[in-house]
Design a protein around this ligand. Structure first.
Ligand SMILES: *Cc1c(COP(=O)(O)O)cnc(C)c1O
Length: 303
């Protein structure tokens, strides 16, 4: 899997930004590929390489019925000739039994195993994983969301992409956090490159303070302190898309011509707008938002 060293950057123009004098650029990871875009290919890159190195031709992973991770794994698996098995919570697709994401995965040759909520909860238990191996044969395991050390390592490369795509390091870099893997990799990569930028993660789940410890576990010795996690911009919880957020997305997309996904990037830009209005940024601040993709998920929402 080859990932770019630099990506397009979109500079936002808006009266609010002009009035405060802040510069907002968007790193368009959503544009790196027609299908395999966003942060997920970075999380998968070293996982797939390691699977191959260790002689596996079958990958198993976990996700919900709209998982961006399973979507990316389906495409990457097909391109690289690896068999993919996706373990999906059975009742996750709601009253209809499938989703656009699951249809996509099946069309890419993914074998989808629908399991009960109780079984899904056992996804980290050795007993359960052994049981799955009996059922489908031996596999390389990629945890839910691609959240492992290989995932973090791949996301270190996003720091290099930032360096190569901008003239100067920004003061602050914002991105959405689900598992925190991407933030951990980015913060590590930036600290290795000696970047002065602060990474501000916007947690999309409710009650995400526990992620601070998860992220710290991913960081190398010496624990770089170049990051902070915001836990108050979740809009009610994971995949919640209340009307005020939907209105924000509509006007943002119309104004800037940059599409957002309701689960992740919508919450990042909305948080940024709230923070700017609160006066959180000094004049001449340079802010970079990482557009982590996920636009396939728009199909699951009324926009
Ligand atoms: C998965 C995903 C994230 C979250 O990445 P983590 O590494 O789990 O924090 C952010 N944005 C989008 C669009 C995603 O699909």
């Amino acid at each position: 899997m080859r990932l770019p060293d630099a990506v397009p950057v979109t500079s936002l123009n808006h009266p609010l930004l002009e009035q405060i004098g802040v510069q907002v650029d968007v790193l368009r990871l959503d544009l790196i590929d027609a299908v395999l875009s966003g942060n997920k290919p970075f999380k998968l890159m070293h996982n797939l390489a390691r699977a191959r190195q260790e002689g596996y031709s079958r990958i198993l992973s976990f996700g919900g019925a709209w998982s961006n991770h399973i979507h990316a794994l389906a495409e990457a698996g097909r391109r690289e000739g690896l068999e993919v098995i996706a373990v999906v919570r059975g009742d996750d697709a709601g009253s209809s039994s499938t989703t656009a994401m699951l249809d996509f995965a099946v069309a890419r040759g993914v074998k989808v195993l629908r399991v009960s909520r109780q079984d899904y909860r056992r996804r980290q238990e050795t007993d359960y994983l052994d049981q799955l191996k009996q059922q489908v044969g031996d596999f390389y395991l990629v945890p839910e969301g691609g959240a492992n050390a290989e995932g973090v390592l791949g996301c270190e490369q996003i720091a290099t992409v930032v360096q190569n795509s901008l003239e100067d390091w920004p003061d602050e870099i914002l991105l959405a956090c689900g598992t925190g893997t991407t933030l951990a990799g980015l913060a590590t990569g930036l600290s290795r490159l000696g970047a002065p930028s602060l990474v501000r993660g916007i947690a999309v789940l409710k009650g995400a303070d526990f992620l601070n410890n998860e992220i710290r576990r991913w960081l190398p010795e010496g624990h770089p302190q170049n990051w902070v996690l915001e836990t108050a911009y979740h809009h009610g919880g994971y995949a919640r898309f209340p009307v005020e957020l939907r209105d924000f997305v509509r006007s943002f997309e119309q104004y800037h011509g940059v599409l957002l996904d309701p689960v992740y990037t919508a919450k990042v830009f909305s948080a940024l707008w709230q923070r700017i209005k609160l006066g959180a940024y000094l004049p001449d601040s340079r802010i970079l938002v990482i557009h982590t993709g996920g636009l396939q998920g728009r199909a699951g929402f009324q926009l």
